[in-house]
Design a protein around this ligand. Structure first.
Ligand code: NIG
Ligand code: FE
Length: 416
């Protein structure tokens, strides 16, 4: 089946149905591990929204047309939410990947004009049509891995036309656009401030109409705290919510700045120490953890256990991009969360559903299997929902329903 989500859909005979419990967001501390878990379950959806979930024995009699999807042998979890991706790029960085395998470091390649700036060159050379096709291709990869909601950043144009084209391409592919106007200083500018003079006067007025949030790479070799503050304050004044790439290689001042400016999130945190973790725990800023990026670059993992145990709100995301995390799979992120970050499968699930939805301002709409939520459902082809994390690198997603439509199934390869 496919279509508009206007019909009724019954997903029946599920082995298990698992969803973050309650209605709160973000989930912190012990509440992050709280899931509602039903055996022999169903999900009933109408017009793209969940009507009810329950046990098969409690399924009400249904009148009228109902499309049925056989869930036997499968477990249902909410459609996954990827709150941090960089899908708008052309070219690849496979050469750099090989150089790093031979010992070059990410920061050395960046300082030598490779890294992010090599993707900027390729992306500027692409047409808007090519960029849109690239983002759609990347979004289709995410969907097959169970992602039904994704955020997508610009940041590989760093000129007016390519940045705006990237934001339009993300929206056209169904993503939530974030203007990463401060990703790197492009080569035609001498320093961060002269670049920001241009970006804030020539790009921000239009970017603010296309994006929901603004993001900055606050790091040595990228943007220091002072220009990062200037960029974020201007973006906030233009109505954008704020995100930061922070503490990826060094504790850079991103955590205090994020808290002071009321940002939605600070992302990476591989270098965050005990004081930063404590400060985040006392704040409303979500720590977005990106374990694939740490793995891909051979860096230390972020202090996830300390963050959760001290009461910080954390989310998990892929950081999908061509340089530091060429990986679109949130199931793999969940595997890394359980094996490297010492989170439980239930904590990992909450972090890439309801908490990620909170980062994107959508926690009342996606990220749970509950009445009134979007009918976004992942069917895991597994006898237990924890295979999501347990089957490391496995082909665990059997089918994906988005907005009440079956948009992908392993057996039918439905187009999105
Ligand atoms: O989140 N750290 C900054 N930005 C991206 C990487 C971008 C790239 O290497 O192309 C990240 O890791
Ligand atoms: Fe990133």
């Amino acid at each position: 089946m496919s279509g508009t989500g206007a019909t009724r859909l019954l997903i029946r005979d599920l082995e298990q149905l698992v969803t973050p419990a309650g209605r709160d967001a973000p989930l912190r501390g012990r509440a992050l591990a709280d899931v509602d878990w039903l055996d022999d379950a169903y999900v009933l959806c109408t017009g793209g929204v969940i009507d009810s979930v329950g046990r098969m024995r409690d399924l009400p009699a249904l009148d009228g047309d109902v499309v049925e999807l056989d869930g036997s042998g499968h477990c249902a979890i909410p459609g996954l939410v990827d709150c941090h991706t960089h899908p708008s790029f052309a070219g690849d960085r496979v050469e750099e990947f090989s150089l790093r395998a031979a010992g070059a470091s990410y920061e050395e390649l960046h300082a030598a004009g490779g890294g992010i700036l090599s993707t900027v060159r390729a992306t500027r050379a692409a047409s808007e049509d090519e960029l849109e096709r690239a983002v759609r291709r990347h979004a289709a990869w995410m969907l097959r891995a169970g992602t039904t909601t994704f955020e997508g950043k610009s940041g590989y144009g760093l000129d007016r036309d390519t940045e705006l084209a990237s934001l339009r391409a993300v929206a056209a592919a169904g993503g939530v656009p974030t203007w990463l106007g401060a990703h790197a200083v492009p080569p035609e500018f001498d320093d961060a401030d002269t670049y920001l003079d241009f970006a804030l006067s020539e790009v921000l007025p239009d970017a603010a109409g296309l994006a929901e949030a603004a993001d900055v790479f606050l790091e040595r070799g990228a943007f220091d705290a002072a220009p990062a503050r200037r960029y974020l304050e201007a973006c906030r004044a233009a109505g954008l919510s704020l995100r930061l790439h922070g503490d990826q290689f060094s504790e850079s001042g991103a955590v205090p700045l994020a808290i002071e400016l009321g940002a939605c999130s600070v992302d990476h945190l591989e270098a965050t120490g005990a004081d930063g973790a404590r400060a985040l725990a006392r704040s409303d800023v979500v720590g977005v953890l990106l374990p694939v990026s740490a793995l891909f670059l051979g860096r230390p993992m972020p202090p996830a256990r300390a963050l959760v145990d001290s009461g910080a709100a954390v989310a998990l995301a892929t950081d999908f991009n061509p340089g530091s995390a060429f990986c679109e799979s949130l199931p793999l992120v969940c595997s890394l969360a359980c094996t490297q970050l010492r989170l439980s499968p239930a904590e990992a699930l909450g972090a890439c559903t309801v908490n990620a939805a909170h980062v994107l301002g959508r926690a009342g709409h996606v990220g749970r299997l509950a009445p009134g939520f979007a009918a976004d459902v992942v069917l895991l082809d597994a006898p237990d929902w924890r295979y999501l994390a347990y089957h490391l690198g496995g082909d665990v997603v059997g089918a994906v329903v988005r907005g009440g439509d079956l948009v992908w199934s392993r057996s039918r390869r439905t187009a999105s």
